[in-house]
Design a protein around this ligand. Structure first.
Ligand code: ATP
Length: 513
C-alpha cells in the first residue's frame, strides 16, 4: 500500500511540475476536487479527446457528434431519474469526522482481496517461469478460489442491499467486515444515508422570476432530448449513434483521488440506438470495440479488465465497466451500459412528445433501445499519464525520469535543440521549428547542456529530440533522438517531418483497432 501511495504521489507532483495538472485556484489554497489543466495537460487532454472523437465519429459512418448545452430544462432530470435516484450512500466516521461512500469502503475491501490474488499470481509466475499458465492457475488454486468466492459474495450482498435501499444492511456489512476508517483506524460509524449528487443553480435575474436548474451530472441526456432532431435532420437509420464530449458536474462525497474523482469533469459519451430485442448483440459489439480502442494505445493488455455490474442502475438491463490498473489498483475507467428504452420512453412521458422511430424495414414505429459507452476524459488522462511515468536505471547507474506517453497523444511531438547557442545553429534550428509547427506542436530549447535538455524532454513526455550541430550546417542532417529507446540516428532535415508524422499520425494508431 505504501508503495502505491508513493507512486501516486509521484504522479501528482510530476503532473504539477511539468505543467500538466494544477490544483484549481491554488493561490487561494485550492478548491477541493477541482483541477486545472496546464499548458501540457490541455494538449494531452485535447489529443485524447480527438483520438476518441476520430475513432467514434469520423471512422463510423453511422455515428454523428453533437455539442449540447450544460444547462437543460429541469424536467429532464425528473425524467432521467436523477432527481429521485442519483444518490450515493454516505457514511461518516464519528471520530475522524471523515465522510465516505459506503459502497466504496466495501469495494475497497474487496479490492484488497483482489490484490491478494494478484500477489499469488505473481508468486506462482516466479515459481513456474515460462511454464506458468495464468488462466489455469486462477481456475484451480484453492487460495485464489477462496479470495474470489469471498469477494464475489460480499459484492453480491452489497448489490442486493443497495438495490433494495437496505442501508441498514450496508452498515451491517461494513461492521461485519470490520472495516476501519482509512484515516484514523476507528470503527465508530454513523448510519448510512442517501445523498443526491447534483449541483443546483438558478436561472434568471430577479428573485421572483428564477428557475431552479441543475448542472448536468452526465452528458447523455443532451443526446436523448435531441434524438429526433438528429435522426430527422441527419436522416439517420437505425442502428445509429450520437456522440458528444463535454463537462459534467457531481457533488462527489469523497473526492480524494486527484483527477480520478472530480466535482467538475469531462465525459466522452456515445448513445447507440438499436431495434428493441437486438440490444444484447450490440452490447457485446460495443464491449469489444471499446476494449480494442483502449488496447490500440499500447498501455498493456494486463492493465485492463471487465467488471460486470451486480447492481444495475434503474435504466439498465446489462452493464459492465472497463477497469484500469491505476496507481491505487483496478478502478472504473469506462462504463458500457445497455440502457433499454428507459430514457427515451421516460422523456416521451414527461414531455408529451413522441420520441419514436419509423422503421422502414419493419414498417412500424418504436422507441429504440440504447447502448451507451461512457468514459471520463480526466480518468483516461490519469490512466495514460500514470502508466507513462517511469523511473529508469540506466546502464551507467544513473536514473532518468521519463514520461512514456503514446507518441500520438504526447503534447509536444518534438523539441528542436541547437547544440550550442552560436555559429548559426540557433538560426537553423529556428528554421526547422518554423517548418514543423504547421503540422505539429513542437518546442525549442537552447538552455543547458544537451544531455540535460534530453532529460527535461524525457520528463516532459516529448517523443523526439532533434539536435542541430555543426555538421548540420555542412550536410543538412540532424540527430534524431528517440525518447523511449534513447537511440540516436542521423537523418536528413528534409525527412524530419515525415518521420515524426509516421510515429504520431492517428491513422497508424487507430488502424490497430
Ligand atoms: P463511479 O462508480 O466511479 O462513481 P460512475 O459509475 O458513477 O463512476 P458513470 O456515471 O458510469 O460513472 O460515468 C461514466 C464515466 O464518467 C465513468 O466511467 C468515469 O470515467 C467518469 N466519471 C464519473 N464520475 C466522475 C468523476 N467524479 N470524476 C471524473 N470522472 C468521472
Amino acid at each position: 500500500m505504501a508503495k502505491q501511495d508513493d507512486d501516486f504521489k509521484k504522479v501528482i507532483s510530476h503532473a504539477k511540475e511539468y505543467g500538466y495538472v494544477f490544483q484549481s485556484s491554488e493561490i487561494y489554497d485550492g478548491l477541493s476536487a477541482v483541477y486545472d489543466y496546464g499548458q501540457n495537460g490541455a494538449e494531452l487532454k485535447k489529443n485524447i479527446r480527438d483520438y476518441w472523437w476520430k475513432a467514434m465519429v469520423q471512422l463510423n459512418d453511422n455515428i454523428v457528434g453533437i455539442d449540447a448545452a450544460i444547462f437543460m430544462h429541469p424536467t429532464t432530470w425528473k425524467a432521467s431519474g436523477h432527481v429521485d435516484a442519483f444518490n450515493d450512500p454516505l457514511i461518516d466516521n464519528k471520530d475522524s469526522k471523515k465522510r465516505y461512500r459506503a459502497d466504496v469502503l466495501v469495494e475497497d475491501y474487496v479490492g484488497k482481496l483482489d490484490a491478494k490474488i494478484e500477489k499469488e499470481v505473481a508468486k506462482a509466475k516466479k515459481r513456474f517461469g515460462d511454464a506458468f499458465d495464468k488462466e489455469q492457475f486462477l481456475a484451480t488454486n484453492p487460495k485464489v478460489a477462496e479470495y474470489k468466492e469471498r469477494g464475489d459474495a460480499i459484492l453480491k450482498r452489497l448489490g442486493k442491499s443497495l438495490e433494495a435501499e437496505d442501508l441498514e444492511d450496508v452498515k451491517a456489512l461494513i461492521e461485519e467486515l470490520d472495516i476501519a476508517c482509512p484515516m484514523s483506524g476507528s470503527k465508530n460509524w454513523t448510519d448510512v444515508k442517501q445523498f443526491n449528487l447534483m449541483f443546483g443553480t438558478k436561472l434568471g435575474a430577479s428573485t421572483e422570476n428564477t428557475t431552479d436548474l441543475y448542472l448536468r451530472p452526465e452528458t447523455a441526456q443532451g443526446i436523448f432530448v435531441n434524438f429526433l432532431n438528429v435522426q430527422k435532420t441527419g436522416r439517420m437509420k437505425i442502428p445509429f449513434g450520437i456522440a458528444q464530449t463535454g463537462k459534467a458536474f457531481r457533488n462527489e462525497i469523497v473526492a480524494r483521488q486527484f483527477i480520478f474523482r472530480m466535482r467538475e469533469f469531462e465525459q466522452m459519451e456515445m448513445q447507440f440506438f438499436v431495434q428493441p430485442g437486438t440490444q444484447k448483440e450490440w452490447y457485446e459489439v460495443w464491449k469489444e470495440k471499446r476494449m480494442k480502442w483502449h488496447l490500440s494505445l499500447g498501455l498493456g493488455a494486463d492493465n485492463y479488465r471487465f467488471h460486470d455490474h451486480e447492481k444495475l442502475a434503474h435504466y439498465a438491463d446489462a452493464a459492465t465497466d472497463i477497469e484500469f490498473r491505476f496507481p491505487f489498483g483496478f478502478k472504473e475507467l469506462e462504463g458500457i451500459h445497455s440502457r433499454t428504452d428507459f430514457d427515451l420512453a421516460s422523456h416521451e412521458e414527461f414531455s408529451n412528445k413522441k420520441l419514436q422511430y419509423f422503421d422502414p424495414v419493419e414498417n412500424k414505429n418504436y422507441v429504440p433501445y440504447v447502448l451507451e459507452t461512457s468514459i471520463g476524459l480526466d480518468r483516461m488522462f490519469l490512466a495514460v499519464f500514470s502508466n507513462a511515468l517511469r523511473e529508469e536505471t540506466l546502464e551507467n547507474g544513473t536514473t532518468r525520469t521519463v514520461l512514456k506517453l503514446p507518441a500520438v497523444l504526447a503534447p509536444v511531438k518534438a523539441a528542436i535543440l541547437p547544440l550550442v547557442k552560436k555559429d548559426g545553429l540557433p538560426e537553423l534550428a529556428g528554421r526547422i521549428l518554423e517548418d514543423l509547427k504547421w503540422d505539429y506542436n513542437v518546442s525549442y530549447d537552447e538552455k543547458d547542456a544537451v544531455g540535460r535538455r534530453y532529460r527535461r524532454q524525457d520528463a516532459n513526455g516529448t517523443p523526439f529530440c532533434i539536435t542541430v550541430d555543426h555538421q548540420s550546417l555542412e550536410d543538412g542532417t540532424v540527430t534524431l533522438r528517440h525518447r523511449d529507446s534513447m537511440e540516436q540516428e542521423r537523418i536528413k532535415i528534409a525527412d524530419v517531418n515525415a518521420i515524426i508524422g509516421k510515429e504520431t499520425d492517428m491513422r497508424q494508431w487507430l488502424k490497430r483497432i
